[in-house]
Design a binder for this molecule. Sequence first.
Ligand code: ZN
Ligand code: ZN
Length: 185
Amino acid sequence: MAQFWIHDEASNWMAVPLGGDTVVLTGDSVRPSPLRAGSEDGSCAGSSRAVVVRSGEVGSEVWVLAAAADAAVHVNGQPLHLGLRVLRDKDEVRVGNGASLFFSAERSACIGALVGAGSTVCPRCKQGIDEQSPIVRCPRCGVVHHQSEELPCWTGYEGERFPTCAVCDQPSMLGADLQWTPEDL
Ligand SMILES: [Zn+2]
Ligand SMILES: [Zn+2]
């Protein structure tokens, strides 16, 4: 899952995963929030906000930043050209006089449910994975593993942790596996 890196109140970098289809960026509130009909705070919408919209299927999606022509949105210090941009990894986005936020396309592993793919076979235990079972999709190679109490095929068992994905060398941690932060700039 891609994410935005923002500063929290204590000025620590915090990753906000882009979970839905759309997030809203505002100048004074850098935390992305779900798009709702109308303006949340009654203020005039448009002048200091931008939206980020997911395009494409999960796993191969891109995130498109869009803003009105009069919105003061900058990407990497440049005004948003034509009001539209496909976000690239490590883009710096500023809305109005707000703080910098950084887009990161790096995907982290998190538990989800297998949906729409029919059943598939887990590379770790070689057993089938049923539709709707709890799974982890490797953020690097995209292969699906069981991840339940009985079959913790992504993380491994208590006392026998799997260091990596069953297929590639992606570390098999949950969530805390992001390897890039804006500190690295
Ligand atoms: Zn398994
Ligand atoms: Zn993998």
